[in-house]
Design a protein around this ligand. Sequence first.
Ligand code: NI
Length: 283
Amino acid sequence: MRRMRRRRRRWRKGRVAALLLIAVVIAAGVGFLIRSSVTKYDSVNEEMGEYVVQANEGILAKDTGEKMKKSLYVPRKIDKSKKLIAFTFDDGPMKGRTERVLKALEKEDFRATFFMLGQNAKLYPDVVEQVYKSGNEVAGHSWDHPLLTKMSSEQIKNQQDKMNDALVKACGSKAAIFRPPYGGYNDNVKKIIDTPLILWNIDTLDWKTRSAPATEKAILDKAQDGDIILMHDIHEPTVQAVEHVLPILKERGYEVCTVSELLEAKGVQVKKGDVVISAHQIR
Ligand code: NI
């Protein structure tokens, strides 16, 4: 009797060890599968890519927060299985209206890029700060909206420097991407502006129609995965259109994001001198 019990105990120990081993092997296998299904990022610029990978994998280094404060980029998790479109708002910020756009974005957990004029950033530094702190992207659109192609190198540089000065004063950082006013650029603009130039592939014509339904229709009829949509947060009908259209886009399976998030998610690398029309079209 005793012998048998001892044997049985030994056998039980063996069985437990075997089960443990099997469990470890299965866990390792599942771990490997999960890791290999994690999307590989090609970074927009070296720092950005690193932060996004770290954020998505939950392995943010201790000094990442400090490093990120130096950049205008706030990473967040993006569901890349969704159709991604970047919303961009030019010519602001504008007290009242920009904040309403921020609120509408926050409601759906969406983000957007704001191409700001330096003179407006100087006027409403608190709004710039709100855009930045809410995880949206602060971007540059010159100091006071001139056609840069008609300017000397020195004048272009002055536009960039004055704009960045106002942005730094408002939120502590320069613009990481730039949209030339009227989408006007030439070789000289590409040479002087020290970031990629971001244009758009869908113009809602909100500045022209000043109609919320027309702006909504332009977005809903045309928006496709990878698009960059042009709007202006200084116009009241645009703000209304955004408030109305965001829940509809969410329902239709879209993720509205910043330009940098869009490029990052699509694995598009851009540098100074590149002209971005959409995630699928870079000049
Ligand atoms: Ni503009």
